[in-house]
Design a protein around this ligand. Structure first.
Ligand SMILES: [Zn+2]
Ligand SMILES: [Zn+2]
Length: 471
């Protein structure tokens, strides 16, 4: 090598910055707009790019003001909007960002994000939220076309830079959901994202990392950190309790509403209900499902090979369309004869199909409304769960409140998030140098840090905080 070549090589090496830092743009200290920026040697990678489920307008976006320039790459773990909902907005600001996800997640994002545009357009009109829509259908089309899809356990380099390698690992949460392993020449980071250890009706639990992978930094979700797992029935028992609760209502001539998230819970619950009808536990009444849940169901069917081996996914044609619940009389006619309705939103926000159906059901006392997932204290669903007969609740904004006569309203516990014992198990198995707790309410994060972070360099950063990750 010539002398000038040597000089250049030395100065290049001096410029290298092999420190890895993580800046939380969202999802720190809360279950929010998940987005984590990694910086390594001038390269910027975002892990997830979600919108905050409880905030509105620009406030629902991650802290993009902390991005000083365009990120090089964005890796999406799965299709829930708290992980992918801000992607079209980011790409409108920074066209050319390479996006990576699994193939089912890319297809799910297509449906979820077009639906988000429609929801934002409605909110802009009905509630005058001037920031909405944050992006349009064209932006969604561009974002989805920017995705490079990769399979599980298939390592790939990010862009032209052959220094950073990524791999998706089956996370067991919903169809296509992945944990992400990132390797730089000096540091290995594992981001669990939303992860589930148990076998659900359609999904197998997560695949543990190979034991010989040495992880320096583990970024782990903490959703269930404040829930005592011993107080919750295992999934099969909870399924049986659900079946028994539904059976009783139907036998009494009532109908049952199961508010569900469109991605994951809807497909799981439909197949639990169908199985119990086949087993004769639940009477053979019609089962109805609302729009977005149906659209995602088609993808469960298309990507059948991603489901648990042996999972039985009934044909979507077996479940009826709910129809337009906004038209007068539609819900009343539906619930006249006993039936089961699976409808979004899962936490029953006002003005959604589940709220419109509930508004009719609560007027008499022979139906049943069973929530099957997490219900946030700030939601209509939570108020309904804690309502007493005679209380009045508003299901449709701008319309009069309705008197609650129905008593049979309860919550069952189905979760696609690892319980806290399983989260501790992940940490103990991986034995990383650093543990970063994210995606949890403050009490959940505090419990995890106290009980899962012992003996490790651990932190639960808030949004806006930067951490330098050491080996
Ligand atoms: Zn999720
Ligand atoms: Zn999440």
């Amino acid at each position: 090598m010539t002398k000038s070549g040597e000089v250049r090589k030395i100065s290049d090496e001096m410029k290298r910055d092999e420190t890895l830092t993580i800046t939380v743009l969202g999802g720190g200290g809360e279950v929010g707009a998940n987005c984590f920026q990694l910086c390594y040697n001038g390269y910027q990678i975002l892990l997830d790019c979600g919108t905050h489920p409880k905030k509105e307008g620009f406030g629902a976006l991650p802290e993009f003001s902390l991005l000083r320039r365009s990120p090089n790459a964005l890796i999406i773990s799965h299709g829930h909007v708290d992980h992918c909902g801000a992607t079209p907005y980011l790409l409108r600001q920074f066209p050319g960002v390479r996006v990576y996800s699994t193939l089912p997640t890319a297809r799910i994002m297509d449906r979820m994000l077009h639906n988000s545009v429609s929801v934002m357009e409605t909110l802009a009109k009905e509630r005058g939220i001037s920031d909405y829509p944050l992006y349009d259908h064209e932006d969604v089309g561009y974002a989805v076309r920017s995705i490079h899809a990769h399979g599980f356990e298939e390592s790939f380099f990010l862009g032209d830079d052959a220094e950073i390698e990524a791999t998706f690992h089956h996370a067991g949460h919903v169809l296509g959901s992945a944990s992400i392993l990132l390797r730089t020449p000096r540091h290995t980071l594992f981001y669990t994202s939303d992860i589930c250890e148990i076998d659900q009706e359609l999904m197998n639990g997560y695949t543990p990392l190979n034991g010989d992978v040495r992880v320096d930094t583990l970024v782990i979700e903490s959703t269930q950190g404040a829930s005592d797992e011993s107080a919750i029935y295992p999934y099969p028992q909870e399924s049986a309790r659900l079946g028994e609760s539904i059976r009783r209502v139907l036998k009494g001539g009532g109908s049952v509403l199961l508010p569900c998230f469109a991605l994951g819970r809807t497909q799981e619950i439909l197949n639990i209900v169908a199985r119990q009808q086949e087993e004769g536990v639940i009477p053979d009444v019609p089962v109805y499902v609302s729009g977005l849940g149906r659209a995602i169901y088609e993808l469960y069917d298309r990507f059948y090979e991603y489901l648990a081996p042996g999972a039985v996914l009934r044909p979507l044609s077996q479940f009826h369309r709910i129809g337009n619940v906004w038209e007068p009389g539609v819900v009343r006619r539906l619930i006249e004869d006993p039936c089961i309705l699976v409808a979004t939103s899962g936490m029953m926000m006002e003005n959604t199909p589940s709220a419109l159906i509930a508004q009719e059901m609560v007027r008499s006392n022979h139906h049943g409304i069973f929530f099957v997932g997490y219900v946030d204290p700030d939601t209509l669903g939570y108020k309904l769960l804690h309502a007493r007969p005679g209380d009045r609740l508003r299901f449709l904004l701008g319309y009069p409140a309705v008197e609650i006569k129905l008593e049979n309203i309860k919550r069952l516990h189905f979760s696609a998030h690892a319980n806290r014992a399983a989260l501790r198990g992940i940490i103990e198995r991986i034995k990383p140098h650093n543990v970063v707790f994210v995606h949890g309410d403050p009490d959940a994060l505090a419990w995890m840090r106290h009980n899962g972070g012992n003996g490790y360099r651990s932190c639960a950063p808030c949004t806006g905080q930067t951490i330098t990750l050491e080996n």
